[in-house]
Design a protein around this ligand. Sequence first.
Ligand code: UDP
Length: 329
Amino acid sequence: MAILVTGGLGYVGSHAVKLLMDSGREVISYDNLLFGHKEASSGSTIVVGDLLDLDKLRDTFDRHPIDSVMHFAALADVGDSVTNPHQYYSVNVTGSLNLAKAMVEHNIKNLIFSSSAAVFGEPEVVPIPEGHPKNPTNPYGRSKLMFEEILAEFEVAYGIKSVSLRYFNASGADPSGLIGEDHTPEHHLIPIVLQVALAQREQVTIFGGDWDTPDGSCIRDYVHVTDLAQAHLRALESLENGGPSAVYNMGNGSGYSVKEVIRLSEEITGKPIKSVVGPRRAGDPARLVASSDRIKKELGWEPKYPELRTIIKTAWDWHSSHPNGYSVR
Ligand code: UDP
């Protein structure tokens, strides 16, 4: 049987696809190539398709012996979601509903969903446990929360079991050096900082220097993308073995400020990284740090690369060996 991976050629999806392929699974990577790269397929079967194309999704389920789905495909830029909410709800909610509808029609019951720390908004307690109140501060986070809630209803109505993994800050690159992060345009902090180190950008703008944090810049919990991929595999195995639906926070439990990321990147790359403090970015909470105790306890997940140093080092290995990213889209 095969696993359908939507967004399988994107950043986090491609790391999960690699792990699935390495463990001998048959994988169909369903991707519209907006952010995905064929070079990142790890030999999986590529289907070029969009979540908004319900017929293409149906056709894909018709043609392949799929019994589980990992759903990564989404729009995922916080700032962009504030200016383009329609697009975000369209892709992340309507697109995900199309996928779930095609699953129901094909009697496919297992789904691993890429959710986000953005469902929480400004935290009341840190580290954030799964049951923390959800008050998303941007349409991206709200779109992810909506689909989490839809999934709970789909289990009652249609028997779809799901594990939602709420990523904090996915970062780093697979230690094999074969796949990594390549977004155009790039919005994420670590790749932007490393592009400055590579002299591809003049400077990084720190979004706000007056947050209520020790150095005034935002604090985030950076989690290695390969550790995230591993969590997907654990979650899938749990559902395959009859485990219940669940929601898990995915981070390392340690927060680092934007300024700390820049400082450590200077040390790792040995290059000066120029930064300027600019205005706050709309929709950003000051501090997001996960408690991932639940997935550790229930699924036995343990991050292999929890150190920010390792995360930045693997990202640097990828960026410095692929200064222009993948060669083929
Ligand atoms: N950030 C920044 N400058 C940039 C990009 C990001 O200061 O050019 C900050 C952003 O405000 C956030 C952190 O870096 O506090 C991580 O942002 P990213 O976009 O990588 O991930 P997010 O936290 O939005 O998921």
